[in-house]
Design a protein around this ligand. Structure first.
Ligand code: NDP
Ligand code: PHD
Length: 357
């Protein structure tokens, strides 16, 4: 039995913020204590500040919470602060929280490349928590620390890649084409007249994030836990598109192995058997199966499969030989659960079990 920790949510009114509110309602480790957003929302009751866009009801206990300005003083009692802030403001606001020795789990891109900050996908690299004592030294922190989670498309990609890397060694090349849901752009997101009856073949900065973040996430922490060693061998090429799907990012992936090419059945088995630390630690949100491998020739599909394991698992299907690369497959992940808020929450659960909180 874990003593419930008081948690805050920054950016509580947004697409990711709303998902935090839902996932934290009735959470065994965490109790929502404070919520923050911009000065447009501050001072209002949550139910009046937010345009609730989730298919589940707004939890009763959150409706009348007063939205705070995103200042550390208003969150001083929180054991953990989850950030779903717009990247334009996340850098400065999260820095102020860290300076005040708070624990921040961020969804924003601002500190993902920081050399002492983990870029963590909870189904892949929770061992990167090992750097936290060093981060505290570098930043002069006592109990606070900062962990970021990855870009949502990167998240859905690196889970199957990690299963393959663990089993068959470092990969040589990965080519990925994404079909990304509109909720990935926040609310109100892409105008309806741009996305209906259409595919938009550009998401600013997305391809570069996938190509860079993969190497840090699949990499290691060095021997004295002071730096991350990126995987340099695996070259990643990404093309990203926005499609008229509400939630759930699809990725069409081709892989070239560094060593001998495994069979399709060996690849499927490696993914089915893959397990990770957040599962081994018994974290409440960890999926039973990190990767669900479909045999049906027309799966996974966002509408049918995005909520598998509450959105915390990655679905893979159509595993087959690639005549140019070695193997190709389709992966699907829920962009606001395992791709965003759920990732932060599961990372924080691991931190609780590891005694970092
Ligand atoms: N959506 C997704 O699938 C994913 C998103 N992310 C990242 O998560 C973050 C949030 O994304 P998303 O929820 O989609 O974005 P939204 O645009 O839906 O929400 C942004 C939030 O930031 C708040 N905000 C804006 N300006 C300020 C300010 N000046 N001070 C304080 N708060 C402010 C907004 O509050 P208000 O309502 O008051 O304006 C709102 O709560 C981004 O950094 C995004 O890149 C990461 C992975 C996936
Ligand atoms: N760009 C992603 C969501 C996102 O905000 O990503 P990031 O946190 O890497 O900026 C999408 O459009 O689906």
């Amino acid at each position: 039995m874990v003593d419930q920790k008081k948690v805050g949510v920054l950016g509580c009114t947004g697409s990711v913020g709303q998902r935090f509110i839902l996932l934290l309602s009735q959470h065994p480790y965490f109790k929502l204590h404070a919520v923050g957003a911009s000065s447009r929302s501050a001072g209002k009751k949550y139910k009046d500040a937010t345009r609730w866009k989730q298919s589940q009801q707004l939890p009763e206990e959150v409706k009348d919470m007063i939205v705070q300005e995103c200042k550390a003083a208003a969150f001083a009692e929180c054991d953990v602060v989850f950030s779903g802030l717009d990247a334009d403001v996340a850098g400065e606001i999260e820095a102020e929280f860290i300076k005040n020795d708070l624990v921040v789990f961020s969804n924003a891109k601002n500190y993902r490349r920081d050399p002492v900050t983990p870029l963590m996908v909870p189904l892949v690299n929770t061992n990167h928590f090992d750097i936290i004592p060093h981060q505290r030294n570098v930043k002069g922190l006592n109990k606070g620390f900062l962990v970021t989670n990855a870009n949502c498309s990167t998240t859905g990609l690196v889970v199957p890649l990690k299963a393959l890397q663990d089993k068959f060694g470092p990969l040589d090349a990965v080519m990925v084409t994404t079909l990304q849901a509109i909720s990935g752009g926040g609310y109100p997101g892409v105008p309806s007249m741009d996305i209906l009856d259409n595919v938009v073949p550009f998401i600013g900065g997305e391809e570069e994030k996938i190509e860079w973040e993969t190497g840090k996430i699949l990499g290691a922490v060095n021997a004295d836990a002071t730096a991350f060693t990126h995987v340099e061998q695996t070259k990643v090429s990404a093309q990203c598109t926005r499609v008229a799907v509400m939630d759930g990012h699809t990725a069409c992936v081709s892989v070239k192995f560094g060593g001998a090419k495994p069979t399709v059945e060996e690849v499927k088995a490696a993914m089915r058997e893959y397990s990770c630390e957040s599962q081994a630690l018994g974290c409440p949100s960890a999926p039973k199966m990190a990767i669900k491998v479909f045999e049906e020739e027309d799966r996974p599909q966002p509408r049918l499969d995005r909520d598998l394991e509450g959105g915390y698992a990655v679905s893979v299907g159509r595993v087959r030989e690639d005549p140019v690369f070695d193997i190709k497959f389709v992966a699907l992940s829920h962009n606001t659960v395992i791709g965003a808020a759920g990732s932060s929450i599961l990372n924080a659960e691991v931190a609780v079990v590891k005694g970092l909180l």
